[in-house]
Design a protein around this ligand. Structure first.
Ligand code: IPD
Ligand code: CA
Length: 259
């Protein structure tokens, strides 16, 4: 069966399922069971795994022919042309330490790229969503990124991956920017950082080493809110760099990072 479906319908399903996973995750376990992933810094809790299982089951119950790409290993080829890109807890370190901002990020893509996505952060009661061409929303209100913002006034979010050696170049970027911008924020969850750009809660966000599930929903939400997203050369964003900002600041950041 081939059924792509309406973008808003797909978005509504992403929202419904993200909320369901949020309910599960708000029941914080008394004891954490940690499994190591790419490095000793990178781990999943039993809740990352349970959240992904719940999301996959809920999506496939409604759309059994869709594909899945999930951070905790869910992988399924699409027969419908639609694939769900899932981060069952974005900000696992925040979740483990009991800090806010962790979220559930669910993007939906077809052969043209991401067409809808939702990011739900239960501890801050925040829900962001977007459909391609339909704008970006925060708790029901249409949002747009800050533009124009000059570099010297810019509040910029960033993040550091789990690869210790990559942190050398990441800290070099921060050292370069810090003296010439307003300030830096490290919130601990890439999808929310992108949503913060979308709603103007920060002016820009950049990070190296993001995976598809970190970027899918938040990237669409930021783009639909008017942000430009690229790598550090102005090409497509990817593992080497995701740089998101309103168009004016984005141009200045590309130039500043190139020096
Ligand atoms: C991580 C968070 C963090 C970012 C890392 C991501 P995870 O996602 O988004 O803010 O700096 O690059 O991997 O591992 O908690 O899903
Ligand atoms: Ca995750």
């Amino acid at each position: 069966m081939t059924f792509i479906g309406d973008r808003q319908e797909l978005c509504d399903l992403a929202i419904e399922v993200a909320k369901k996973a949020g309910e599960l995750l708000m029941k914080r376990p008394a004891v954490f069971d940690l499994s190591e992933k790419s490095s000793v810094l990178d781990f999943a809790t039993q809740m990352d795994i349970q959240s992904e299982a719940l999301i996959v089951k809920s999506l496939l119950e409604i759309r059994p022919d869709d594909g899945i790409v999930g951070e905790e290993g869910a992988n399924r080829e699409s027969k419908s042309g639609v694939t769900w890109v899932i981060d069952p807890i974005d900000g696992t370190v925040n979740y483990f330490y009991g800090l806010p901002g962790w979220n559930i990020s669910i993007g939906v893509k077809d052969e043209t790229g991401v067409i809808a996505g939702a990011v739900f952060s239960p501890t801050t009661n925040s829900l962001w969503w977007a459909t391609r061409g339909g704008g970006a929303f925060y708790n029901g209100l249409k949002i747009s990124c800050n533009n124009p913002v000059t570099l010297d006034n810019a509040l910029i979010a960033s993040g550091f991956g789990y690869d210790r050696s990559a942190r050398v170049s990441q800290s070099a970027d921060i050292a370069k920017l810090l003296p010439i911008i307003r300030d830096v924020r490290r919130n601990g969850a890439a999808a929310v950082d992108l949503c913060y750009v979308a709603m103007g809660a920060v002016d820009a966000y950049f990070e190296e080493g993001l995976n598809e599930w970190d970027l899918a929903a938040g990237g669409l939400i930021a783009t639909e809110a008017g942000a430009v997203i690229s790598d550090r050369t102005g090409g497509a964003p990817g593992k080497s760099m995701v740089l998101a900002a309103g168009p004016a600041l984005h141009r200045e950041l590309l130039a500043a990072l190139a020096i």
